[in-house]
Ligand binder design. Structure first.
Ligand code: UFG
Length: 318
């Protein structure tokens, strides 16, 4: 298929673009490099450095079979401090993209949605039918885009799949996580092992969990990429399917730090800091819908494997 990959110079986008190229698709990456890196665009993909909102209408005249839409602003804290950046950067940009798809008859869309669309869960594991009450602007903008996609799928026959990522981690060869502003737990802990940060502060040790720290569902970025390939192959005209992507297993922040010590051999000093605002105690996906309907089965579910891949990437780049 001829595919447009927005945000293909970012973390998840670059891994997916690499897998799409490797599986024989013709890939055009569009990325404004506001957070992505030009050298993360895989060999074999055509790269257009631009804001999608500006170029979608022109680009999509080129006979595309589908779009994978990764490009987004994705820092929860920033989304609360500067909501306009998120409503414009995520929602308006996505509407421009959907309009261009409609106008050019582009039939398929796979969209990067998020567990943040659910907000504080009532039940664990979280099903796709759970209430969507995002607790931050980032999640609200992703949910708004999901709603827009449903409308465009119904009205214009677009075959769409939204994939709601839980905590993405790990790396795929030279493609990995390298944010200028890093807020995620595993990369921050690995910076301690690398010696670029003195210690990790764990936010909160008084949560109602087994060891008092938050629990998250870590999904290897390569398993995530495989889900995108399956989603692309299983779109249905006029339907908007929504799937959680997690493993169904949670690991606590203490377990993550300990596994990073095991993997790196570094003592990784840790202290406890107050809870971070807006952090739910437990976020674990029910991934049965993606298994049943897409045939998706994550294979790198072991936390040690996930962190080893992230560490290899981090150390090789250092
Ligand atoms: N944490 C620390 N110390 C740090 C960084 C994080 O203790 O220095 C903790 C957090 O408080 C949380 C856990 O590590 O308990 C995981 O935090 P991350 O920031 O790595 O990930 P989140 O679970 O907050 O974020 C994930 C996705 C987001 C999504 C969010 C929804 O990565 O894209 O869930 O809540 F928006």
């Amino acid at each position: 298929m001829k595919l447009l990959v927005t945000g293909g110079a970012g973390y998840v986008g670059s891994v997916c673009a690499a897998r799409l190229v490797e599986t024989g698709h013709e890939v055009v990456v569009v990325d404004d490099l506001s957070t992505g890196h030009a050298d993360a665009v895989p060999d074999g993909a055509t790269f257009v450095q631009a804001d999608i909102a500006d170029v979608a209408a022109d680009l999509l005249t080129g006979g595309f079979d589908g779009v994978l839409h990764f490009a987004a602003k994705s820092l929860v804290g920033e989304s609360m401090a500067d909501p306009a950046k998120y409503w414009a950067g995520n929602v308006l940009t996505s509407l421009r993209l959907l309009d261009a798809m409609r106008d050019n008859g582009v039939p398929r869309l796979v969209f990067s949605s998020t567990a943040a669309t659910y907000g504080e869960p009532e039940q664990i594991p979280i099903l796709e039918t759970a209430p969507t009450r995002p607790t931050n602007t980032y999640g609200a903008t992703k949910l708004a885009i999901d709603h827009a996609i449903t409308s465009y799928a119904t009205a214009h026959g677009i075959a769409a799949v939204s994939l709601r990522y839980f905590n993405v981690a790990g790396a795929y060869g030279r493609f990995g996580e390298r944010h200028t502003t890093e807020t995620h737990l595993i990369p921050i802990v690995l910076q301690v092992a690398l010696g670029t940060r003195p210690a990790i502060s764990i936010y909160g040790d008084d949560y109602p969990t087994a060891d008092g720290t938050c629990v998250r569902d870590y999904i290897h970025v390569l398993d995530l990429a495989e889900a995108h390939l399956l989603a692309l192959a299983n779109t249905r005209a006029g339907e908007h399917q929504v799937y959680n992507l997690g493993t169904g297993t949670g690991f606590s922040n203490r377990e993550v730090v300990q596994t990073c010590r095991d993997v790196t051999g570094h003592p990784i000093p840790a202290d406890f800091a107050p809870r971070r605002a807006g952090d739910p105690a437990v976020l674990v996906a029910s991934a049965t819908a993606a298994a049943e309907n897409l045939g998706w089965k994550p294979e790198r579910t072991d936390l040690h494997t996930i962190i080893t891949d992230a560490w290899t990437f981090t150390r090789d780049r250092a």
